[in-house]
Write a protein that binds this ligand. Structure first.
Ligand code: PAF
Length: 281
C-alpha cells in the first residue's frame, strides 16, 4: 500500500492503474469505513482511501480541533483490507491558498435537517469532495466512489452534485454498519462515556418506533415525530430532529403517502456528543 500526501504524488501513484474506486474519510476508521473499502475493492483494481479532517465542514464551536487523528492506526487497518493507496494530505496540500471557490449545493436539499442545524456543512462537504474527486479522478477519467448511508443526506447531496456537474463517477451507497445493540458505527461514538454508550441505542430504537408507527396507523406524522422527540428527550437526549421524509428528496411526505419509500432520520445530542442515524422503510 502506498501512502501519499500531495496531489502530485497521488497522481504519480495512480498513473497506469486504470479507473480507481475511492473512499473519502476523515480518518479514525472503524468497521463501517472498512466495509466501504471492501465494497470499493469489488469495483476496481485500485482502491484509494483519503484521510483528511476537513475544516470547511465544521462550525467554529464544533469538534474540528479535537477530532481524533489516528493516521498510523488507520493506515494499518486500510492495508489489512487491501487498500492500494492512502491519500492523506495536510491542510496545506489540499488548501494551499484559502479555498475561496466553493461548491454551493441546492438549498432545498442542503439547508434542511443537517444543513439547518449545521449551516454551511454541505458547502464544506461538497467543496472538499469535489476537490478530492479532482485529485483522484482528474487523471484517471472517472471511476467509482463509495459512501455510507449513515450520512444519508450527505450521500444524496453528493449524488446530486455528481449528476449536476456530469462527473464521470458512479456513486455507491453502502448500508450502515451497526453494533449489536443497533447503534450506528461512527467515529464520534468514541466520545461517549460507558454510561452514555449503553443509552446510545435509544436513537436507533426511536427511529424504529417512528417508522413502525408511520406504517401502522392513522396518527398524523407531525404528532408521531413530536412524540418520538419527547420520548428521546425523556431518556436524557437533546434531539435536533426526528423526522420522516421521502427518500428521494428528503422532503416531507404527504400524510396519505405513508406507503411510499420513506426514511426516518434523527440527530440528537447525548451529553456533548451529537449523533445521527436513519432508517429506510
Ligand atoms: O463523511 C465524511 O467522513 C466526510 O463528510 C467526507 C465525505 C470524508 C468529507 O470530508
Amino acid at each position: 500500500m502506498q501512502i501519499v500526501h500531495t496531489i502530485e504524488d497521488l497522481r504519480h501513484a495512480l498513473a497506469g492503474r486504470g479507473r480507481p474506486a475511492f473512499v473519502p474519510t476523515m480518518g479514525n476508521l472503524h468497521a463501517g469505513h472498512l466495509a466501504l473499502v471492501r465494497e470499493a475493492r469489488r469495483h476496481a483494481d485500485t482502491t484509494v482511501a483519503s484521510i483528511f479532517v476537513n475544516r470547511l465542514q465544521f462550525l467554529p464551536h464544533e469538534d474540528f480541533d479535537s477530532y481524533p487523528r489516528t493516521l498510523q492506526d488507520d493506515c494499518e487497518q486500510l492495508e489489512a483490507q487491501g487498500c492500494g493507496i492512502v491519500f492523506a494530505p495536510k491542510e496545506q496540500d489540499l488548501y494551499p491558498q484559502p479555498q475561496t471557490y466553493k461548491v454551493q449545493p441546492d438549498a432545498a436539499l442542503a439547508d434542511i435537517l443537517e444543513g439547518q442545524f449545521r449551516p454551511g456543512f454541505f458547502t464544506g462537504v461538497c467543496t472538499v469532495v469535489m476537490k478530492l474527486f479532482a485529485c483522484v479522478f482528474g487523471s484517471t477519467g472517472g471511476g467509482v466512489a463509495v459512501f455510507g448511508k449513515k450520512d444519508y443526506q450527505q450521500l444524496l447531496v453528493i449524488r446530486h452534485m455528481v449528476q449536476q456537474f456530469a462527473l464521470p463517477i458512479s456513486i455507491i451507497g453502502l448500508e450502515t454498519e451497526r453494533a449489536t445493540d443497533g447503534l450506528a458505527l461512527s467515529s464520534r461514538n468514541a466520545y461517549l462515556s460507558a454510561e452514555q454508550r449503553t443509552q446510545a441505542r435509544a436513537l436507533s430504537q426511536q427511529l424504529q418506533w417512528l417508522a413502525h408507527q408511520v406504517r401502522e396507523g392513522a396518527v398524523p406524522l407531525a404528532q408521531l415525530e413530536a412524540q418520538a422527540m419527547a420520548q428521546l428527550s425523556a431518556q436524557g437526549w437533546q434531539p435536533d430532529y426526528l423526522t420522516v421524509r421521502q427518500r428521494h428528496d428528503l422532503q416531507c411526505p404527504a400524510d396519505h403517502a405513508r406507503q411510499a419509500p420513506l426514511v426516518a432520520l434523527g440527530a440528537a445530542r447525548l451529553g456533548g456528543t451529537r449523533l445521527i442515524d436513519n432508517l429506510e422503510f
